[in-house]
Design a protein around this ligand. Sequence first.
Ligand code: SF4
Length: 336
Amino acid sequence: MWYSSRQEEKVLSAFCDVRILEHFSNASQRPDEKGESPRRSGQMGAKMHFVDAKGILSSGNGMNIYRGCTHGCIYCDSRSKCYQFTHDFEDIEVKRNAPELLERALRSKRKKCMIGTGAMCDPYMQCEEQLKLTGKCLELIDHYGFGLAIQTKSDRILRDLELLKSINRKAKCVVQMTLTTYDEEVCRIVEPNVCTTKRRYEVLEILKENGIPTIVWLSPLLPWINDTRENIEGILRYCIQAKVYGILCFGIGLTLREGNREYFYEALERHFPGLRKKYHNQYGYAYEIASGRQKELMEILRRTCKEYGIVCGTKELFDYMHAFPEEKGYEQLSLF
Ligand code: SF4
């Protein structure tokens, strides 16, 4: 199941059997749509490793078209050592045959289902602008009448808005957007190479206007950085205005382990003087870093969700994302 266990999905993806080819290519040097150059956004020098993958869909119908990520979130768990990257996490592994593999997999399926993507890396990194592999995979999902549950932090998803609408019309499309930090300046520090929370909220609004259901991942929340009432309330206001279907939150905190802990601590040292020591004293080498404000903030979240009819039960939300609307599948069959 692609989202029933995030860790399970990550392990599956990390062990996906790929054959690395010798081809390396410099990532785009072009400015992005906001005129932000790769150097400014910290992506200069990132490389792409093109590989031929042997398979694309996990047993739970999840897929990762890329491995590694250039968004640079300081807390990113995907960069942990256990995923066995043999190169820098920012040097993206591109499964260049992903569309061919996906087409083969979709054609061989007896039953339509939801296809998930975005669990291990963002499907709308800067390289997608040139490669368009996510876009091509979405075209196939649309063509074969499957559903889609896609997770991102990037407004580049709007480039595929017409495809998302078509998938939603024929089957079902759920967009999951991660929001962690209401303060725009702090957001630029913790998630440096992707659009900020305000822009992500605008994307949620656009999706709402186009009838596409959305779910917000309110995770992770970093002790002494964004585990505040103001932060939670600001993000909840966005969620209410954008009429999101649900909010996924597993608690107020984050996880740290070998690989991502060092990266996170170095970022703390650079941007939040004194915090590294505070984390070290409080949590040592713990895996689960729970905020001391967990109870208070979770209570605000639950109360607000109840008041505005936003689903926040984890199981309910995963069930929703996995549920393919059978009646639409029959409608499609009757057309042929
Ligand atoms: S978008 Fe996700 S995978 Fe990419 S750096 Fe951020 S947390 Fe990691």
